[in-house]
Design a protein around this ligand. Structure first.
Ligand code: NAP
Length: 326
């Protein structure tokens, strides 16, 4: 089994890849509960110690599932969750909520579902356009003083917001989408995180499956609403993906492994998600795949920032400042 050294992420030492649990409850089709537990067990077994969830994934289901899976061994793990996408959205309340009073309410609910006493890394899932980030971070700092959370994270914020937040209290990690077909963070956001010493967690590192060769099959799959998964965009993006597939064939690796190896080459922490043990094993093995400079350049020329056909999120749910759920 691949042994990899831990890497720093804010105050934590985490495995080179974390595990994103969202798909076990939400977004990309049904998950089998027994296999979900098997995936989480296997993740711990191979050496993954960094687990990502959010209150909104499956409306609490994902936190409850993760809490059950890690019971008795959470001390060895770094558990991250997120709040701010209101579970009761659409009922006249706010859809994104970063108010201090809501932060205090949300953390209690997440702690209960996870059945733990401290959430190691607690992210604001989306910036609340009506609440200054300073206020939200101030409330999170108070939770940290109380020991309810171990560190503060933000998701999908721009560089100026990251600076403002970090001035109130050190931000341990920024979690944003980053993969071969989503490279916009390279311009300003990633350099700012590095300058401030903030860890970077790359979500959807497999392009929600596209960069692993996976496509939605079930009618309820959220990707049917995503512009990048519409037929025209798929046709165009598949031409780019063919180059990564050719690289994979040349290296005797899978497309998913090449996609993950590229993210790993940027010294960030990807959190790929999967509902299957065989995919987890394959993804973890990407730790052993090093892409040489010529191969990196070949991929980056084809996947130039901004070149992907189709927006990241459906209209009306753009992540910054955003109302997107996943
Ligand atoms: N902060 C945010 O706003 C935000 C947004 C989105 C996601 N996230 C986090 O990031 C995590 C990962 O992102 P994601 O789940 O959206 O996308 P992802 O990791 O890029 O891709 C997941 C998809 O890839 C497929 N897949 C995984 N490994 C594969 C392999 N080796 N071969 C073939 N297919 C494979 C999965 O299907 P199978 O299940 O069939 O393997 C699933 O459909 C989430 O779980 C969540 O924790 C955060």
């Amino acid at each position: 089994m691949t042994q990899t050294p831990l890497v720093p992420l804010g105050p934590f030492a985490v495995s080179r890849q974390g595990y994103g649990a969202m798909g076990l409850s939400h977004a990309y089709g049904r998950a089998d509960e027994a296999e979900s537990f098997a995936v989480l067990d296997r993740a711990i077994e191979v050496g993954i110690n960094f687990f990502d969830t959010a209150d909104v994934y499956g409306q609490g289901h994902n936190e409850t599932l993760l809490g059950r899976a890690v019971a008795g061994r959470r001390d060895r793990l770094v558990i991250a969750s997120k709040f701010g996408n209101r579970l009761d959205r659409g009922q006249g309340g706010r859809q994104v909520d970063g108010r201090p009073e809501y932060v205090r309410q949300a953390v209690e609910a997440s702690l209960k579902r996870l059945n733990i006493e401290r959430i190691d890394l607690y992210y604001l899932h989306r910036l609340d356009p009506q609440t200054p980030v300073e206020d939200t971070v101030g409330a999170l700092a108070e939770l940290k003083r109380q020991g309810k959370i171990g560190a503060i994270g933000l998701s999908e914020v721009d560089a100026p917001t990251l600076r403002r937040a970090h001035a109130v209290h050190p931000i341990a990690a920024l979690q944003s989408e980053y993969s071969l077909w989503t490279r916009e963070v390279e311009a300003e956001i990633l350099p700012t995180a590095r300058e401030l010493g903030i860890g970077f967690v790359a979500y959807s590192p497999l392009g929600r499956g596209f960069l692993a060769g996976a496509h939605p099959t079930e009618p309820t799959d959220r990707r049917h609403q995503h512009p990048r998964f519409q037929a025209e965009a798929v046709a165009e993006n598949s031409q780019r993906r063919a180059v990564a597939e050719a690289v994979a064939r040349r290296l005797g690796a899978s497309l998913a492994q090449v996609s993950l190896a590229w993210v790993l080459s940027k010294n960030v922490v990807p959190i790929p998600g999967t509902r299957h043990v065989r995919h987890l094993d394959a993804n973890w093995a990407a730790n052993d795949l090093t892409l040489d400079p010529a191969t990196l350049a070949e991929l980056e020329a084809v996947f130039a920032p901004g070149s992907t056909a189709g927006a990241r999120y459906p209209a009306g749910s753009t992540p910054v400042p955003g109302l997107a759920v996943a």
